[in-house]
Design a protein. Sequence first.
Length: 182
Amino acid sequence: MFRFSLIFFLTILTSFSNAEIKDKIIDNLKNTNNLDFKFEQNVNGKIENGNCTIEYPKKIFCEYARSNNKVLVSNGKSLVIKTRTSYYRYPLEKTALNLILDKNFLIKKIYDLKERIVDNNLVNFTIIERDNEVNIFFDKQTYDLVGWQNTDIYQNFNITFLSSIRKNRVLSKNLFKIPIQN
């Protein structure tokens, strides 16, 4: 009987602890208007890195290091990837970033999803919406968004890690302006 009581108590304690983590992640998201960070992105084994800024809802600006001036920009409606030699424009709603960059959508989903603790320091939520499956990762101590995994519109497996995260900074009004095609 003691063993059963102990197991029951530990199960309740773990559930309470995980619920508390989920609530803190949601509170952190609610209090975040924007964030900038360094990133490392692995797309089918090809590693790229750089700096990004996200402004909720649905805006992102990324500059890639050591590339042909590659930038990725979303103004909330369109997503553009531009280099010296190429220019691609997509409707944001056709990409997984449409989900990742929508703070209110993430909060709503996190309320309903079961979290998974990874390596005792990350909290993972798997979101399946329309044709997209996105794994979102949060730091278990700071409750900050620290990465995601998804398959892009070309069916490439994409893993993005965030570091040096700073929140709620003053941003330039023109940062999320879609670049023109050369």
